[in-house]
Design a protein around this ligand. Structure first.
Ligand code: PLP
Length: 394
């Protein structure tokens, strides 16, 4: 028997850390400093790990102390009655919408580019049986009250349409800040019609950091709010859903039903707390670095299609003789590679200034190369390309 057990133990064992793991991880930190793919690539630092190690030791299905404390803190700073720690932003949004939407037919109104519309696997249809009313903002930046009034479905007497029960807004959306007065106007209108408001505030931290508005003010127009710890704040895992007590109680039940009841989350709550205290204050510097990148691109004649209002810049290489996929390939092939993802550049707390300089140098080299080959046409070299940008700053 002992021999059999030893054999099973031998089969099961798995020493995952390589003998040079510290070296491998040091290289990963460097690669992350040179990744513009997303702020989700940010990783815990030794300091965060050290703080997280002291996290409380409980089982969160039975209410874990640090996790409960984090939920209470987030309820307080968002000005809501209660909050729920969940595994991801997608789970947070989906739980919120499922908890709000009880009886189809119904619809949710949103910006066509919203994460819940394009990146959550059709979860609204799957979990809630909901139709979507997806609006393309005519100003290219954010949907307006007029557009909401035009598209919202408020009655279904003939049975043709699915009445809109929730308006879902995203702030930031593609790194841009939704003007708060427009949000308030949409919210006042929605509430006057009995329609609920949900905020996907995965990156709402950036709005607070950039504008100096409190989270309570930013969240006040909404019945429920999702915010993520695992993106710009640099925590490894987790999001928060905040809202009224009875709504959060329903979301807690749904979280368990969907298999999202987690157990020893104390260290994750501690990592999130570390991020709130130490990383949130670093966001204005992140935005400055994104602006430096944007200014550098403009100076080279690259068109900015969505401005660095917070941590993201979108660009177009039109007229330069190359496209984004060529930049991606060339960046990957640098002796010290840079990782990119299409025409979106995301700057985060672990982005190095050197990476921004190297990326600008790559753009410059590519532009000079194409110009020498006679491939670039009509290129502005003094930054005037931005005047042709479709983007109108709000
Ligand atoms: C605006 C927005 N909402 C929600 C999510 C979903 O978060 P998660 O990847 O944690 O599910 C993301 C992910 O990047 C996002 O950008």
């Amino acid at each position: 028997m002992e021999a059999a057990r030893a054999k099973v133990a031998q089969e099961v064992r798995f020493d995952i850390n390589a003998s040079n793991q510290a070296e491998v991880n040091a290289k990963a930190y460097r690669a992350i400093a040179r990744s513009f793919v997303s702020d989700t690539v940010t990783v815990p630092t030794p300091e965060m790990y050290q703080y997280a190690m002291l996290g409380s030791l409980g089982d969160d299905v039975f209410h874990e102390p640090h996790t409960q404390a984090l939920e209470a803190h987030l309820a307080k700073i968002t000005g809501k009655e209660a909050a729920l720690y969940v595994s991801s932003g997608t789970q947070s949004n989906q739980l919120a919408l499922r908890a709000h939407l009880t009886q189809p037919p119904h619809s949710v109104l949103m910006d066509i580019r919203a994460h819940v519309n394009v990146h959550e696997g059709g979860g609204l249809a799957y979990h809630c049986g909901a139709a979507t009313v997806a609006i393309t903002p005519t100003n290219g930046h954010h949907i307006t009250l007029d557009e909401v009034k035009k598209h919202i479905i408020l009655d279904n007497q003939l049975g043709h349409a699915a009445v809109t029960r929730v308006i879902e807004l995203e702030n930031t959306l593609n790194g841009t800040i939704f003007p708060q007065d427009e949000i308030v106007a949409i919210s006042d209108f929605a509430h006057s019609k009995g329609v609920l408001m949900h905020l996907d505030g995965a990156r709402l931290w950036h709005v607070a950091a950039e504008t100096g508005k409190s989270l309570t003010e930013l969240c006040a127009p909404f019945d429920s709010v999702n915010m993520c710890f695992s993106k710009g704040l640099g925590a490894p895992i987790g999001s928060i859903l905040a809202g009224p007590k009875d709504f959060i109680a329903r979301a807690r039940v749904l979280r368990k039903l969907f298999g999202g009841g987690m157990r020893q989350t104390g260290f994750l709550a501690a990592a999130a707390a570390y991020a709130l205290t130490n990383n949130f204050p670093r966001l204005p510097a992140v935005h400055k670095l994104a602006q430096k990148l944007e200014a550098g691109l403009e100076a080279l004649g690259v068109t900015i299609t969505s401005r660095a209002e917070t941590c993201m810049v979108f660009f177009s290489c039109e007229g330069l003789g190359f496209d984004a996929s060529e930049v991606v390939k060339r960046a990957e092939a640098l002796p010290d590679p840079i990782t990119l993802f299409g025409e979106r550049l995301v700057v985060h707390i672990q982005t190095s200034e050197e990476a921004v300089d190297d990326l600008l140098a790559l753009f410059k080299a590519l532009i000079e190369e194409k110009r020498a080959a006679g491939l670039a046409n009509g290129v502005a070299t003094n930054g005037s390309a931005t005047s042709a940008s479709p983007y109108v700053k709000a």
